[in-house]
Design a protein around this ligand. Structure first.
Ligand code: NDP
Ligand code: MG
Length: 401
């Protein structure tokens, strides 16, 4: 889809900001909680209309009492009673179950969806929000990895914007403002490299959950932290970038930049490279997506150029971090392969987090699942959903889940 970056304004002409009503899907997670911080800091700009969680009903109740949304959804139906009782008489509609996420996503009570559910589970509610004509602030990268063509096509048909929240994609999006007629030569996604940058397989084979989950620069949910440590996260981001910015696979490059100051770059046809920089803090891309096309003032700590810093760049070690290589294969081959890769990875990470799989075994599960799930070159949405199920079954059989 083409982004419309043509919004022009001078401060005098700028209309008074209208309060955006946020539907926050995945409110109890890392992105969810930081979104609520942004809303708390900007009560004149944002209000919360929908909150959703999977099973953390205690935090969901706390958030609902603080932000008084119109609707809350708890996906795990066994927690419905507790949420319903705690919020009774407050004028908050309480819903439960997977289908309730889609129902809430199609409601009139909000303007912008913050898509912050983790994994494949984010796809259907996001599609439902697109159908309802909502603007999407997209944190859930798996949505585009699984069915990027379907999602972007439907968004274009409905004329709605998908604004990236992922820091690299937000960086690229910010670099593209004002460049709508200038073709991109390539984009350069930066990767911190995670906690094991520079390590080799003889070290990785012994890595445990606690090591892998501790990211040096970012504090994130468990799944994305593991994905960062295997570099699968960067692979998923390459696929995400392909769909968001309508790129060919060979226009997407990855570079290891352990300081996480440059969040990504765009190289144009005249060989000019634009970068977006800042200290790593997800609240910045979150609030940028929520407030776009405005920038809102923040009190986040500033990067200090008068101090000595080293910004370094190295090629990724795909031989050691084979998950990135598998994701590149999926990116190049296309069809349902990224969907299969994603499903196998979700199960492999699940297995690793529960100590059922070793660190390097995750790669084996993903590779075997990619080799054993039927390939479809141009899948329909239903075929994507079926491929996800088949790949999950195959991966689960390898892990003995
Ligand atoms: P978390 O694991 O911290 O939070 C996930 C949220 O989704 C929680 O609210 C959780 O509810 C809910 N959830 C989990 N599973 C389901 C399900 N099956 N159905 C419905 N809801 C579910 O994840 P993050 O916030 O770290 O990440 C969210 C998304 O944003 C991911 O796609 C990630 O890749 C992306 N992202 C995250 C970044 C970060 O800094 N964290 C950076 C860039 C992208 P409950 O708490 O009840 O389990
Ligand atoms: Mg990212």
């Amino acid at each position: 889809m083409e982004f419309d970056f043509s919004y022009q304004f001078s401060p005098e002409e700028m209309p008074p900001p209208q309060k955006k009503r946020i539907g926050l899907f995945g409110s109890t997670g890392s992105i969810g909680k930081q979104t609520l911080d942004v809303v708390r800091s900007n009560p004149d700009l944002f209000s919360i209309s929908i909150l959703t969680a999977y099973s953390n009903h205690e935090m969901l109740i706390e958030q609902a009492l603080a932000f008084m949304p119109a609707v809350v959804v708890i996906t795990d139906t066994s927690r419905y009673k507790a949420v319903h009782e705690a919020l009774s008489g407050k004028g908050i509609k309480v819903m439960a179950g997977e289908a309730a996420l889609e129902e809430a996503a199609s409601m009139d009570c909000y303007d912008l969806m913050m898509a912050a559910i983790v994994g494949f589970a984010g796809l259907k509610p996001t599609l439902s929000a697109i159908e309802a004509g909502k603007t999407i602030a997209l944190a859930n990268k798996e949505t585009l990895v699984v069915a990027g063509d379907v999602v972007m096509k439907r968004a274009a048909e409905k004329g709605i914007s998908i604004i990236p929240v992922d820091s690299e994609h937000s960086a690229i999006f910010q670099c593209l403002v004002g460049e709508e007629n200038n073709p991109i030569e390539k984009i350069i996604l930066t990767a911190s490299g995670g906690p094991f940058v520079g390590k080799k397989p003889n070290y990785l084979v012994n890595v445990k959950r606690e090591h892998a989950i501790a990211h040096p620069n970012w504090s994130m949910g468990a799944k994305i932290s593991i994905d960062s440590s295997t570099l699968m996260n960067k692979g998923l981001e390459m696929i995400e970038a392909k769909w968001l910015f309508n790129l060919q696979p060979n226009q997407i490059e990855v570079v290891i930049h352990p300081q996480s100051i440059i969040h990504s770059m765009v190289q144009f046809q005249d060989n000019s490279i634009k970068a977006q920089m800042g200290l790593p803090d997800m609240k910045l891309p979150i609030q940028y997506a929520m407030a776009y096309p405005r920038r809102i003032k923040s009190d986040f700590p500033r990067f200090n150029f008068t101090k000595s810093h080293q910004l370094t760049f190295d090629p990724p070690d795909i031989k050691t971090f084979r998950n990135l290589g598998l994701a590149m294969t999926a990116l190049h081959k296309g069809g349902n392969l990224p969907c299969i890769l994603n499903a196998a990875n979700e199960l492999a990470v699940f297995g690793f987090l529960r100590n059922r799989l070793g660190f390097l075994d995750m790669t084996e599960v993903i590779e075997q699942t990619m080799n054993n799930t039927p390939f479809i070159a141009e899948p329909t949405l239903q075929e994507y959903l079926d491929s996800d199920g088949e790949a999950r079954n195959f991966a689960a059989s390898l892990i003995n889940l």
